[in-house]
Ligand binder design. Structure first.
Ligand code: TYM
Length: 347
């Protein structure tokens, strides 16, 4: 890490275990960025309380998330792994940005609309990304994208590696950066989203029109990084496909296309190349090979995770150092922002 390298900032919510969607769409790519960037990997506990949760679970999931990050290859010696609530500045900057964000812009965000629809609609037949559980529409949910913009701008990030579902949030962040720069003079980099070609949108195994999600009520829809191998196999073998039994990438075959995309993201091949190797074979062959592949890849992650979880002190020391590194940059940005918006220096 060096101060002259580009800054990468990205985060995940500690709401339950991480999924292969999180891994393939995000974390796997973050691990490739460690060498040539100044990396900040947040665990956004402030975002996690916008949905129903229990405090004890949140504490457990936050620590578990650190261990999962490291087990997936995020080296704490080459990056800053931190918990959002440990760094002063996220909520402060979010407040300043919220005063520059029209209410209508937040109300029009797809994620907010989806969640509101869920809350108001018992007969949920919508094709939105989020699962069907009932949600209490609190104002934190509305403010969510502003806090996310603050997470990014607080570190003056150049690039933000995320899955395709975060594109709209990134767009808002870019708009806010530009708006602030225009109003108060150049302050923020306008961050670029980095959305990988493969794995950017892993879909539910049970309903491939929906994103694979941590909180899906259908337990067979999502593969978690910490799932038991037998469970992984069962979930993949029972994934929804179609009746034509031809293995190809096609809009008419979202289930098989999703399985091919997962295969391709794990092996860094194109989905078409994977499909070609299954010419003349059946869905059972593809599913069985995919199960072997996912289990093999996740077994090493799980072994490392189990080791890490035995040493809570180590995990806490990672977070302490990560927060110290993050705080330095956060204070620098916050001071600059407070000065530009007209707040008096502290005496
Ligand atoms: P979260 O916790 O939902 O997901 C973490 C990362 O995983 C990606 N992802 C997926 N990629 C492909 N297919 C999927 N099915 C899938 N599910 C999740 C997400 O795109 C994300 O990159 N709002 C963010 C957290 C956040 C954040 C930030 C991200 C808060 N502040 C600042 C980047 C920068 C979220 O809910 O991620």
């Amino acid at each position: 890490m060096s101060d002259t390298q580009p800054v990468i900032l990205t985060c995940a919510q500690p709401t339950g275990g991480l999924t292969i969607g999180n891994y393939l769409g995000a974390i796997k790519n973050w691990a490739d960025m460690l060498e040539s960037n100044n990396c900040f990997f947040g665990i956004v506990d402030l975002h996690a309380i916008t949905v129903d949760y229990t405090p004890a679970e949140l504490r457990k999931n936050t620590l578990s998330c650190v261990a999962q990050y490291i087990a997936c290859g995020l080296d704490p010696k080459k990056s800053n792994i931190f918990v959002q609530s440990h760094v002063t500045g996220h909520t402060e900057l979010a407040w300043v940005l919220s005063c520059m964000t029209p209410l209508g812009e937040l109300q029009r965000m797809t994620q907010f609309k989806d969640k509101t629809k869920n809350a108001n609609n018992d007969d949920d037949t919508s094709s939105n990304d989020e699962p069907q559980s009932k949600i209490f529409v609190n104002s934190g949910l509305l403010m969510y994208p502003v806090l996310m913009a603050a997470d990014i701008l607080l570190y003056n990030a150049n690039s933000v590696p995320v899955g395709a579902d975060q594109k709209q949030h990134l767009e808002l962040c870019r708009n806010l950066a530009q708006r602030f720069n225009q109003k108060y003079s150049d302050t923020f980099n306008v961050p670029e989203p980095y959305i990988a070609k493969q794995g950017q949108r892993i879909m539910s195994l049970q309903d491939p029109s929906r994103k694979m999600s941590k909180s899906d009520v259908n337990l067979n829809a999502t593969i978690f990084l910490l799932d038991d191998p037998k469970v992984i196999r069962k979930k993949i073998m029972s994934a929804v496909t179609d009746s034509s039994a031809v293995i190809e990438i096609s809009e008419d075959k979202p289930g098989v296309t999703n399985l091919l995309n997962i295969y391709s993201a794990f092996t860094n091949q194109s989905p078409e190349a994977v499909a070609a190797t299954y010419d003349g074979k059946g869905y059972g062959d593809l599913k069985s090979d995919l199960a072997d592949l996912v289990i093999a890849q996740l077994t090493s992650v799980q072994e490392r995770y189990n080791e890490l979880m035995k040493d809570t002190q180590y995990l806490e020391s990672v977070l302490k150092e990560g927060a110290e590194g993050a705080q330095k940059l956060a204070f620098k940005t916050l001071r600059k922002v407070y000065k530009k918006v007209g707040f008096l220096n502290r005496f």
